[in-house]
Design a protein around this ligand. Structure first.
Ligand code: SF4
Length: 183
């Protein structure tokens, strides 16, 4: 599900196994995987744009608790984002453990997404525009299916994780590999 998923449907918590994060991080460096993720996001953006959704609340949906929803991501998407210099959350090391308790996404700076080109599927599909309810679930499910297939093609484990928890676990597991920003 996308940003509007409720606590009631929240999947079991992820074991946060560091070996999973290392596996996804290594896979994200493969040109074939990198190309597949970029292509998937490109197709998704085109499809979303074809529905002409309107952003009415200027990034308030990135304040998860106050907006009243959660966002889920695949581990591979997070590892891929962290491979890019722009994808290092501007958050200081002592705050990392508190990431799941932060109301806001750490990538939102001055009301704007600082990783717009790298943002995960859930960010691309969710709009506060009420007309988006008519198509977003079907679009989201389709691209999540494609992400799952990408994992299968490359024999990768698949996990679907709450965004802020995923960032905390990824940063802890990938410490030697992910540096820069506020890390
Ligand atoms: S990555 Fe960007 S769009 Fe997604 S929740 Fe964070 S600030 Fe918002």
């Amino acid at each position: 599900m996308n940003k509007s998923e409720s606590n009631a449907t929240r999947p079991p918590s992820d074991p946060a196994d560091p070996t999973l994060w290392r596996q996804w991080h290594a896979a994200a460096a493969l040109p074939v995987v990198d190309r597949a993720i970029r292509d998937l996001y490109r197709r998704l953006d085109v499809e979303v744009a074809s529905h002409h959704p309107v952003c009415r609340q200027s990034g308030r949906c990135c304040h998860f608790d106050s907006y009243g929803h959660l966002m889920y991501v695949t581990g591979l998407e997070v590892a891929w984002l962290l491979r890019h210099p722009a994808g290092r959350p501007p958050i200081q090391k002592p705050q990392r453990a508190q990431l799941p308790q932060l109301d806001s996404c750490p990538f939102q700076i001055d009301g704007l997404c600082s990783v717009h080109a790298l943002r995960p599927t859930g960010c691309r599909v969710f709009f506060c525009d009420p007309t988006a309810r008519q198509w977003e679930s079907a679009v989201y499910d389709g691209y999540l299916h494609d992400l799952r297939a990408l994992h299968d093609r490359h024999h990768l484990d698949y996990r679907y994780i709450e965004w802020r928890s995923a960032l905390r676990d990824a940063l802890a597991a990938l410490k030697p590999h992910v540096t820069g920003g506020g890390l």
